[in-house]
Design a protein around this ligand. Sequence first.
Ligand code: PMP
Length: 373
Amino acid sequence: MDASGIRRAFELGASLADPINLSIGQPDFPVPDAMKRAAVAAIDGDRNGYSLSEGVGPLNEAIRAHLATDLGWDPADPEIGVMVTSGTSGALLLSSLALLDPGDEAIVPDPWFVIYPQLGPMTGGRIVPCDTYPDFRMTAARVEPLITERTKFVLVNSPGNPTGVVLTDEECRDLADLCRDRGVQLVSDEIYDEFVFSDAVGADGGCPSPGRGNPGTLVIRGFGKTYGCTGWRLGYAAGPAALIAQMRKLQQFTFVCAPTPLQWGASAAFGVDLSEQIAGYQRRRDRVVEMLSPHTRVSTPGGAFYAFFEVPSALGIDGSTFVERAVAHRVLLVAGGVFSSRDTHVRLSFAAPEPVLEEGLEILAGMLAGSLV
Ligand code: PMP
């Protein structure tokens, strides 16, 4: 295993006095007060011990209620399991441990979120990348030829990291149908589900999801990105009860439980209105596309806070070299090779204050146009 390439961006940035940091994958707003107060009350109230491995009751119930309104899942259905995990990462690891025996295969998108390829070495399974270039859509047509007798799950991530691409309702349905027909578990990493822009929402106004009306999907979500509390290490997994039961066993012998007082904090999350923050991100998304698309190919992000742009071939350099040159102009980015078998693109995070983003975009536009070396 190599160390995460994103860490290298942090190290490069540490050498700069006043960086224009467009490399960070976390929101730039504070945790909502209601959540802070609930966490502090839990600590003050001496609720600091272990919780049940599936999480504290009120949070588990709040998640079930949320899934009922959001995905149409029956909160009383005994076939549906829900558990709180130590971050979305915890849910990804536990589901992979539960689903993969040595030699089994899991299909993941390329480009991927950095944890996905490592789920192979960590479980003994084999990770099979699904090439989604150049539009970054992990469609059923692209996944189908990769399914073998050893395929145990397909992992989809929409809105995607590093691309921000959001699948449509129809693409989600096709993927769910394919997996059901072929007897393969579909795992949907929806950590950015609350960050979907108005032009990418589904027919019911929410984030398109293969889990919509389909609790056979293992839906994995997080609180960190949505509520600006990545350090709280909280996420959840919901879906087939038999699979969740195995993940719960594995949780007992690894994480034990997610941090208890912070689970109480997250119990206050679902009532929080994020519309202002989402509108702010959509405004920044628009600026990114406006500034970069005259110079290079960039798929319009439908959600999250990333854009994945191509390094124009006329520049004759790869993503890593572009990122190094950007550092010379104080701009911090992450090379596409960190997220992919190719190093042809660059990830920009627009979770940065607007003046910082503007300054960075001016420089990047110059670099992409070849007027700034
Ligand atoms: N999945 C994706 C697609 C992500 O981008 C991230 C975080 N960058 C994670 C999972 C892990 O998130 P968490 O901090 O909740 O473990």
